[in-house]
Ligand binder design. Structure first.
Ligand code: GAR
Length: 225
């Protein structure tokens, strides 16, 4: 099919907070590094700054306040309804701080992705930059993965690693990780848009990627003193 009549990947973004990952996706689309269209941004927090970012780029928004729903199932059913109404083909969780119900996962199986600020499977859950720092690990990072029924689980698509420096605080480490989130999330969505991703058990295979056997150490070794 000629590129000009192939329809763009329709994505729906779910965000609870600041929305810097949403912003990175918007920027990648506007810079034509990502061939996708954001049909809807949904937040469970009516005051989320992510919604303001979307509005300022003329993207449609919906605030779905969890407090208005009697159960998680009813809340998720409303989000599914909105995503389907907008013809969403890929659901992008960008700082969406809620677990999805099995019905949600089933409605978009292998079409929901998440970004998480740790090198999964290490440090699922909350406050993970602090947990990484306190663990003494020399490397931290972020992960884009498909979403399954378990917390921060599901096949891993891309990871980026960053060093943990000796004078790091939670803030400095989080900032270093977040910069990498903004790089890899649009890349992962573009791989999906190009239909280059396949899943074999827990392993994600990507067609036509460049890989490297180069190893890193932290601290650097072999530096003369
Ligand atoms: C990001 O660091 C993202 O990885 C994290 O929330 C932050 C949202 O920032 N998500 C999770 O911890 C999910 N388990 P943002 O609103 O600026 O994109």
């Amino acid at each position: 099919m000629p590129a000009e009549i192939k329809s763009k990947l329709a994505i729906g973004v779910l965000a609870s907070g600041n929305g810097t990952n949403l912003q990175a996706i918007i920027d990648a689309i506007e810079a034509k590094r990502l061939d996708a269209v954001i049909r809807i941004v949904i937040s469970d927090k009516p005051g989320a700054y992510a919604l303001k970012r979307a509005v300022s780029h003329n993207i449609q928004i919906e605030a779905v306040d969890r407090k208005r729903f009697a159960s998680r199932d009813a809340f998720d059913a409303e989000i599914i309804r909105i995503l389907q109404k907008h013809g969403v083909k890929l659901v992008v969780l960008a700082g969406f701080m809620r677990l999805l119900t099995p019905a949600f996962i089933a409605a978009f199986r292998m079409r929901i992705i998440n970004i998480h600020p740790s090198l999964l499977p290490s440090f699922p859950g909350l406050d993970v930059q602090r947990k990484a720092l306190e663990s003494g690990t020399k490397f931290a990072g972020c992960t884009v993965h498909f979403v399954d029924e378990l917390l921060d689980s599901g096949p891993i698509i891309i990871q980026a690693i960053v060093p943990v420096l000796q004078d790091d605080t939670v803030e400095t480490l989080s900032k270093r990780i977040l910069a990498q989130e903004h790089r890899i999330y649009p890349e992962a969505i573009e791989l999906f848009a190009q239909d280059r991703i396949s899943v074999n058990g827990r392993r994600v295979l990507i067609r036509n990627v460049v890989e490297s056997e180069g190893a890193m150490t932290n601290p650097l070794v072999g530096i003369p003193d």
